[in-house]
Design a protein around this ligand. Structure first.
Ligand SMILES: NC(=O)c1ccc[n+]([C@@H]2O[C@H](COP(=O)([O-])OP(=O)(O)OC[C@H]3O[C@@H](n4cnc5c(N)ncnc54)[C@H](O)[C@@H]3O)[C@@H](O)[C@H]2O)c1
Ligand SMILES: [Zn+2]
Length: 350
């Protein structure tokens, strides 16, 4: 059974018919339980209503545990359909076909599924390994500029954590990537997906049982910013701001060189990603975000910062005053660099 993101179905109007024809062509090897189901894309896909709709479709189609669910879409649709697939009969087989830069370079190769609930990001969800992931670069042609850029934030994140040459490549080609160089984007997403996948396979903690969240640079504040903005900020945009903030925190707490802080922020600005948002000035809410992050991962609070590029370090005991100080420094850097591009606060970008 195939679920297709509405945004993808609109951009590729023949896709659903092509899927049906393709499966018919396979003869007895595969049978579609029904014609592809189109579901609303974006963060709205991650609510109880959409989840209920997907579950109802799966129930009506009477799929068994050896059936395949194929999810075609952005990270939000993949998270939501993936969660439904993981809980029906305690787990149907899931094939992800990511169609955004963020999903191709990061989320689709991961093991997490879920939806937002009670005003909290990814509050309900599970770990579950997909049967397969198919990245097709052609889908990226129809992305809006915002969604085209969003995946660059996650690519930059994983480069900063693990791969100096990859960071140098992203820094040097930030403008070219922003201007939609497809060939380069495909190379960047492949490397990003490889690094995320390698981490899941080799880190020894694919289901995040420990306190540490070594892939979550920039994410503690990003999740809070997304919900504070009522999901007007894309995940990738919130991660970009989170990376800029964590770069400054790394300088304050771990001796991360100032020169690198500035290179990270200028790369993000050249990619046309936001690096600051006035939502950060709501210190009470931002500090609350830290506690929500702790609760989500369990145990003692520990966040990932950097000693240097590709030298991550776990930091515990982060205090509110340091965060407020870092936000102030970031706003000064951002104001100082706003001549680099037409950089405006993310909110103003709508
Ligand atoms: N599971 C994980 O490990 C993980 C990791 C990172 C992010 N995420 C989640 O992924 C979500 C963000 O995903 P995203 O950045 O892919 O955005 P998205 O899924 O919110 O999609 C953004 C928009 O693009 C549209 N769209 C998708 N593909 C398209 C295409 N090819 N052409 C035209 N329009 C298209 C969608 O309909 C939607 O309107 C967030 O909810 C985030 O929490 C999950
Ligand atoms: Zn992320």
């Amino acid at each position: 059974m195939v679920f297709v993101d509405e945004g993808v179905a609109a951009a590729w109007p023949r896709l659903c018919a092509q899927i049906t024809q393709y499966v018919e062509h396979l003869g007895d090897a595969a049978v579609l339980a029904r014609t592809p189901v189109i579901i609303g894309g974006g963060e709205d896909a991650k609510n109880e209503k959409t989840l209920a709709l997907v579950l109802a479709e799966l129930a009506t189609a009477r799929l068994c545990r050896q059936s395949f669910v194929i999810a075609v879409g952005g990270g939000a649709v993949l998270d939501s359909v993936g969660f439904a697939a993981a809980i029906v009969h305690r787990g149907l087989r899931l094939i992800r076909v990511p169609t955004t830069t963020l999903a191709q370079g990061d989320s689709a190769v991961g093991v997490k599924n879920g939806i937002n609930a009670f005003g909290r990001k990814n509050f309900i969800g599970c770990f579950s390994v997909p049967w397969a992931v198919i990245n097709d670069g052609k889908f990226l042609a129809s992305l809006s500029d915002r969604d085209w850029r969003s995946g660059l934030a996650e690519a930059l994140k994983v480069a900063l954590l693990k791969d100096i040459p990859f960071f140098e490549q992203l820094h040097a080609s930030a403008l070219q990537l922003m201007h939609r160089d497809h060939k380069l984007m495909n190379t960047v997403l492949r490397r990003s997906a490889e690094l995320h996948l390698e981490h899941i396979i080799r880190s020894g903690d694919p289901f995040e049982r420990s306190n540490a969240r070594p892939l979550d640079l920039g994410h503690w504040s990003a999740h809070k910013l997304e919900s504070l903005s009522r999901f007007q900020l894309r995940h990738g945009e919130a991660v970009a701001i989170g990376l800029a903030l964590d770069a400054v925190l790394s300088q304050l707490l771990c001796g991360f060189p100032e020169r690198e802080v500035l290179r990270i922020i200028s790369s993000l600005i050249h990619m046309s990603l936001p690096v600051y948002d006035t939502l950060l000035e709501d210190s009470k809410a931002v500090i609350e975000g830290l506690e929500e992050f702790r609760e989500h991962l369990g145990g003692q609070l520990s966040i990932t910062l950097l000693k240097d590029i590709a030298k991550p370090v776990q930091v515990s005991g982060l205090r509110g005053e340091v965060i407020i100080h870092a936000v102030r420094i970031l706003s000064e850097i951002w104001l100082g660099m706003s001549n680099l591009s037409d950089a405006r606060p993310a909110q103003a970008l709508g």
